[in-house]
Design a protein around this ligand. Structure first.
Ligand code: PMP
Ligand code: GLN
Length: 380
């Protein structure tokens, strides 16, 4: 069997969720909300399941959903898109896989910013690529333009960028976006821009799609996810949005990964995006309340929490919380003895991992947050 998979560990999300189940712990590890999905979208899916198509959808997505995605980004970010820019996938994870397979040839180098979402490095490697890590450091997790330029060499083909960033919860600022765009345009790189958290912004921040920067539309493959926008992570409906020339190639990779995505869920997501403008602001406010509740509880229990205003993740700084053990040790103790699962951040990098931070998901109901915070107090 292939050594990449033979030597690979189980994903940290699956590992921590299994431990949470084993120990009947509150699961603040794997990122999924336990509230917040709009009932109208569920009704639409149920209706489509009963009365719509249950056969293969078109490989690139239903015309209805492709139009809805293009229209959504036009309304939100002023992008001029149409259905030719869109390929619907089975979650952002598949979109990332298709983009990586489509963009990279054996020996090509791909830059990622660590800690990085866990599917990036294995997919790049399996596509024959070489991973170049640029380490971001807490508490700022800033992209350094000089380090980025220094990482680029003759074999560099692509940057895999993630904004807002998981696991740190950072929204990169205009200067950092410009640094990525400058590097990509100067060295003629493709950028796969994982923007699944684009709408989970809590303190009135605004999101800028990387493709909207000068020179970037023709070189950016954007990845999005309905799972995040509508708090329906199990649906696994995602998409690639790119210039048609790039989208066409990614769509060819996609056709032999999954071929197509459930038509009834596509129909419900199309409805959701068309109506989405009325759900997004209340969702942001609801997540902000959840964040405030968890931050207050953790601080009262003596934890140092890094700023958290995008995605539904927050980072706890262990040394600043006067905890001397590393992230993996803390996570093991927390789930086994205190009854709360968190995610250690060190598995998100290979070369220079940060071992002082654990990530918690605050996208939870008040009772889940209170139980999680009480368990965190016991873990101290
Ligand atoms: N990219 C990032 C940065 C994510 O955080 C996630 C899910 N948490 C994904 C991709 C995967 O999204 P999906 O569930 O739609 O496959
Ligand atoms: N994306 C989710 C997270 O960051 C987990 C997804 C998964 O379990 N693969 O927690």
């Amino acid at each position: 069997m292939n050594p990449i998979y033979e030597q690979m560990e189980t994903s940290v999300f699956a590992r921590m969720s299994a431990l949470a189940a084993d120990h009947k712990a509150v699961n603040l590890g794997q990122g999924f909300p336990d509230f917040g999905w709009p009932d109208a979208i569920l009704d639409k899916a149920a209706d489509a399941l009963r009365h719509g198509s249950n056969q293969y959808a078109p490989s690139r997505g239903t015309p209805e959903l492709r139009d809805a995605i293009a229209g959504h980004y036009g309304r939100w970010f002023g992008q001029e898109l149409n259905s030719d820019h869109v390929c619907v996938t089975s979650g952002a994870t598949e979109a990332l896989g298709a983009c990586i397979l489509a963009a990279i040839s054996p020996g090509d180098e791909v830059i990622i910013f660590t800690p990085a979402y866990d599917s990036y490095a294995p997919m790049i490697r399996r596509a024959g690529g070489v991973v170049r890590e640029i380490a971001l450091r807490p508490p700022e997790w800033r992209i350094d333009a000089v380090a980025l330029q220094a990482a680029i060499g003759p074999r560099t083909r692509a940057i895999l960028f993630n904004n807002p960033h998981n696991p740190t919860g950072r929204l990169f600022d205009a200067a950092e976006l410009q640094a990525v765009a400058d590097a990509a345009t100067a060295y003629d790189l493709i950028v796969i821009s994982d923007e699944v958290w684009e709408h989970i912004l809590l303190d009135g921040q605004t999101f800028t799609p990387l493709a909207s920067l000068p020179g970037m539309a023709e070189r950016t493959l954007k990845v999005g996810s309905a799972g995040k926008i509508f708090s329906l992570t199990g649906w696994k409906v995602g998409w690639i949005v790119a210039d048609p020339a790039l989208a066409d190639v990614a769509a060819r990779a996609h056709q032999f990964l999954t071929f197509a995505t459930a038509p009834n869920l596509q129909s419900a997501v199309a409805f959701g995006l068309a109506e989405g403008d009325r759900w997004i602001a209340p969702m942001q406010q609801r997540f902000a309340r959840a964040r405030d509740r968890m931050v207050q509880g953790l601080q009262a229990a003596g934890y140092a929490v890094l700023p958290a205003a995008s995605s539904y993740f927050l980072c706890v700084d262990l040394p600043a919380s006067e905890i001397a053990v590393d992230d993996e040790t803390f996570a093991a103790v927390a789930v086994e003895r205190a009854g709360v699962a968190v995610v250690p951040v060190s598995p998100f990098a290979e070369q220079d991992p940060v071992r002082t931070i654990v990530r918690l998901c605050f996208g939870k109901r008040d009772d889940t947050i209170d139980a999680g915070v009480a368990a965190m107090a016991r873990a101290k």
